[in-house]
Write a protein that binds this ligand. Structure first.
Ligand code: UD1
Length: 437
């Protein structure tokens, strides 16, 4: 059996400039939305991550013709050839975002037969908000063992209220509603920037979507949507991770294509730690310089514009080395603190009380063998390895690969010591497959 691992060694302060890739969380849903278009959708700035490859597989399974130029980060999807509305369990189980095809399939075929979605283990991850609201739109939902069959004669435009601003449910309902005659309203909708990016591409296709204060999305159905070319937004989560890598190594970096206006609370917390964050005059791009004496800050995750749950694990790493005590509360997912036990192996002092982590800064971390349990925990552990004394080896690399496009290379480019290995678990020899990936 071949097992991949990433080895991270103590690195000098990160320095230099680095562009970030397209946002994984925007790309996946925009790829799903291509099912709604009449012809070929061309998407640019597409990250090469395994979740994107899984979504390609899913679209091809449905019958779409897909071409992915990985050098150019350009993706072409011709969904006019889609002939069926069923997705096999193997593909569905690999990521939760696979469930985002349900809305577009219902809009196009009035039917979707799909297995329950998989994804990171972050506690219970129900899909009840999606299903409840599809039912209100006139969809009959049958659940049998691990499959869901959703059917409708004609989707009905309705005023829908979400009890929590779920990102996926908002996106799925928007995609179901764009071709539904009448006006659909989503009250207490998610306002994450990635939802906004979906709305932008749909508007470009010809959809009629507006937003209203405080958090209502209004969709007036149109007859059909056109094929478009669209460049996906840069990944704010990758930007945040690189800034944190610079913060914990005491570095100085710039990210010319970061979008600071969608990272406000996160950047505020970095400044409260004592770091210097400078936004370019044109509002685009971030220059960052770490303080030599970072102070601990407390924070609580929440829906946008709050602190993103996807940056909680990497930000926790920064707190393990800061002066003082930080209280971190995870409010979005019920079980997204599994990285605590891995960070403890590296010498971090963290107490967990329910969904809260109390982190007391220590002078240094030590390298250890750690296991990544989800995409963002994987990123946090790689960052911890950059500053730990000695070597850190992280398994569970598949989680890392799901979320990031060549992030290890970007860290190496900035001076990080990160290598990738593949070892024959049953053999005596370890085979080095690449210097870094
Ligand atoms: C998306 C992101 C993920 C991010 C999360 C929160 C993608 C591909 N993934 O996930 O990276 O961490 O938003 O910003 O975009 N919930 C229910 N019932 C539902 C749906 C959600 O109870 O039907 C709960 C979830 O269990 C969770 C909370 O609502 O506790 C938020 O989930 P949601 O916003 O839907 O996240 P995802 O769309 O799955």
């Amino acid at each position: 059996m071949v097992k991949d691992f990433i080895r991270i060694s103590t690195s000098l302060p990160l320095k230099g400039s680095c562009e970030i890739s397209g946002a994984k969380n925007a790309v996946l849903v925009i790829m799903a939305s291509s099912i709604l278009a009449s012809g070929k959708t061309t998407l640019r700035n597409i990250p090469v991550s395994s979740d994107v490859l899984t979504m390609i597989e899913l679209l091809e399974y449905l019958g779409a013709e897909v071409f992915f130029d990985q050098e150019e980060n350009r993706l072409e999807i011709d969904s006019s050839t889609i002939v069926q509305s069923e997705v096999c369990p193997d593909i569905m189980s690999r990521m939760r975002a696979s469930f985002l095809v349900m809305g577009p399939l219902l809009a196009r075929f009035g039917r979707a037969h799909i297995a329950l979605p998989g994804g990171c283990s972050l506690g219970k991850r129900p899909i009840d908000y999606h299903l409840k609201n599809f039912k209100k739109m006139g969809v009959t939902v049958e659940e049998e063992s691990h499959f869901i069959t959703a059917t409708c004669q004609q989707l009905q435009a309705r005023r829908l209220v979400l009890e929590y601003p779920s990102v996926g449910a908002t996106e799925n309902i928007i995609m179901a509603a764009v071709l539904t005659s009448g006006v659909t309203e989503i009250v207490n909708a998610s306002l994450e920037p990635e939802v906004d990016d979906l709305i932008s591409v749909l508007r470009k296709m010809g959809a009629n979507i507006t937003t209203q204060v405080p958090a209502t999305i209004i969709i007036e159905g149109v007859e059909s949507l056109n094929s478009v070319e669209y460049s996906v937004m840069p990944d704010r989560l990758e930007a945040g991770s690189l800034l944190l890598a610079a913060a914990i190594t005491g570095g100085e970096i710039s990210i010319p294509n970061a979008q600071p206006h969608i990272m406000d609370v996160f950047l505020l917390k970095l400044e409260e730690m004592g770091h210097t964050v400078v936004v370019s005059d044109n509002g685009k791009g971030i220059f960052f310089k770490a303080t030599t004496a970072p102070k601990a800050v407390s924070f609580k995750t929440g829906p946008f514009p709050g602190f993103p749950t996807d940056l909680q694990a990497p930000m926790m790493v920064a707190q393990t080395l800061a002066e003082g005590t930080s209280i971190i509360e995870e409010t979005v997912f019920e079980n997204r603190l599994l990285h605590i036990q891995e960070l403890r192996k590296m010498g971090a002092q963290i107490e967990q009380i329910g969904t809260k982590a109390i982190v007391t800064g220590v002078p240094h971390l030590v390298g250890a063998s750690v296991v990544a349990t989800d995409i963002r925990a994987a990123c946090g552990l790689v960052l911890a390895g950059l500053v730990a004394h000695g070597k850190t080896e992280m398994t569970g690399v598949a989680h890392f690969d799901r979320g990031y496009d060549r992030l290890t290379q970007k860290l190496v480019q900035l001076g990080g010591k990160v290598e990738r290995f593949s070892s024959e678990v049953l053999g005596s020899s370890s085979k080095h497959i690449e210097k870094f990936v």
